[in-house]
Design a protein around this ligand. Structure first.
Ligand SMILES: [Zn+2]
Length: 340
C-alpha cells in the first residue's frame, strides 16, 4: 500500500480483525456480485469503498424509476436512459473509487453463462431475487469449492447465510431445492429499503472476512433479520445428512446447460426471453422497428414501445418484455418483433 492508500483506508486498517494485512489482501481480491438490485448495489458500493481490488457486476435488467426507492447507486437519469444496471452501477463506482477495477456484465446468469461470468472471483455475493439462480450459484460454488453468500430480503427483513464449501452447510441444507421460489416475494409483500440494506450489510461483512483471509471468522449460522419487529435471530444450520448438493454432489441445474428458459421477473409484470444464440445487430433492428412504434436506444440496449407492451432488447439477444406475465405470449411477441 502506498501512503495515499494507507490514509484512505486508515479507519478500516485500524479495525483490529482486519489490520493492514487484511487491507492489503482486500486490495488483491476479486468479488463477483450476481444481481445489482437492492442487495447487489449496496454490496458493490460497500466493497468498492472498502478497497476491494476488483469487482465484477452482473445483472440482466435495466434501471427503472420504481427501483430508486431501494436500489443504491442509481438515480433518475439512469432510469430515464433505461441503462443496464451493471453499466450504471459501474459508472458510479468508478467515481466513488477510481482505484477499483470494475467490470460491468449486463447478462443473464444461467447454466450456460454462470461459470464464465464469475470466473476468478474469490467470493460470489447473491444479489438475485429468485431461488432458481441461487440454487444454480449454490451448485457451482459447492462443485468448485468456492465461497458464496446467500441473502434474501422481503418485507421488513430477510435472511443471510455464508456458504464456504467444506466448512459450512449449503443453501440446499437450509432450503429444500424442490420448493423453488416458494414463499413471499417483493411483489406480494413489498420491501423496506433498510431491510435490503441490512441484509446486504450482513452479506458484505461475511465477504470482507473471506476476502481478507479471515475464514475462521465466517459465521456458521444463518441470520434472520426483522427490522420492523426488531428481532434479529441466528440459527445454526447443520449439514443435511442427505443433502443432494453438498453431500450427494448432484448438480442438476448446472447440467441443464442449453435449456434456456424464459424467466418471469419478480414484481415487474415482465418476462425475459432469449430465443437466439447470436448477437443482435441493434442498429438494424432499430430501422426494422421504427415504422412500428417508438424506439429509443443507447449503446447497450434498444427500447421499443408498442403499447400495452414495452420491450428492452440487449445485444446478447435477450429481451425483457413488459406488459406480459405469460411466457408463451412473451415468446410470441419476441418472434413477431425481433425474430428468431
Ligand atoms: Zn447442503
Amino acid at each position: 500500500m502506498d501512503a495515499r492508500d494507507r490514509e484512505r483506508y486508515a479507519r478500516q486498517s485500524q479495525f483490529a480483525p482486519l489490520g493492514e494485512e487484511g487491507q492489503r489482501r482486500l486490495r488483491a481480491s476479486h468479488a463477483a456480485i450476481v444481481g445489482c438490485g437492492a442487495l447487489g448495489s449496496l454490496q458493490a458500493e460497500a466493497l468498492a469503498r472498502a478497497g476491494v481490488g476488483r469487482l465484477t457486476l452482473i445483472d440482466r435488467d435495466f434501471v427503472e424509476e420504481s427501483n430508486l426507492q431501494r436500489q443504491w447507486l442509481y438515480d433518475e437519469a439512469d432510469a430515464a436512459e433505461a441503462l443496464p444496471k451493471a453499466v450504471a452501477a459501474a459508472r458510479r463506482l468508478r467515481l466513488i473509487n477510481s482505484g477499483v477495477e470494475v467490470e460491468a456484465r449486463p447478462a443473464d446468469v444461467n447454466a450456460d453463462t454462470v461459470a464464465a461470468l464469475v470466473a476468478g472471483a474469490d467470493v460470489i455475493l447473491d444479489g438475485t431475487d429468485n431461488f432458481e439462480t441461487r440454487f444454480l450459484l449454490n451448485e457451482l460454488a459447492v462443485r468448485d469449492g468456492r465461497p458464496w453468500i446467500y441473502g434474501a430480503a422481503v418485507g421488513g427483513g430477510g435472511t443471510v447465510m455464508p456458504i464456504v464449501p467444506g466448512r459450512t452447510a449449503c443453501l440446499a441444507c437450509l432450503v429444500d431445492p424442490a420448493l423453488n421460489d416458494a414463499g413471499p416475494t417483493c411483489e406480494t409483500a413489498g420491501i423496506l429499503n433498510v431491510a435490503s440494506a441490512a441484509v446486504a450489510a450482513f452479506q458484505t461483512a461475511e465477504a470482507l472476512k473471506i476476502l481478507s483471509g479471515r475464514l475462521e471468522a465466517v459465521s456458521a449460522r444463518a441470520v434472520s433479520l426483522d427490522l420492523w419487529g426488531g428481532k434479529p435471530r441466528a440459527v445454526g444450520v447443520e449439514r443435511h445428512p442427505d443433502c443432494p448438493v453438498c453431500v450427494r454432489r448432484e448438480f442438476p441445474r448446472l447440467a441443464a446447460a442449453g435449456e434456456r428458459r424464459p424467466a418471469v421477473l419478480c414484481g415487474r409484470n415482465a418476462v425475459q426471453v432469449q430465443e437466439r444464440d447470436r448477437e443482435l445487430d441493434l442498429e438494424r433492428l432499430r430501422s426494422t422497428l421504427e415504422p412500428l412504434g417508438e424506439v429509443r436506444a443507447n449503446e447497450y440496449a434498444l427500447r421499443f414501445l408498442a403499447p400495452p407492451y414495452a420491450m428492452t432488447v440487449f445485444r446478447d439477444g435477450r429481451a425483457i418484455i413488459q406488459g406480459v406475465s405469460d411466457v408463451a405470449q412473451a415468446r410470441s411477441l419476441y418472434a413477431r418483433y425481433i425474430g428468431v
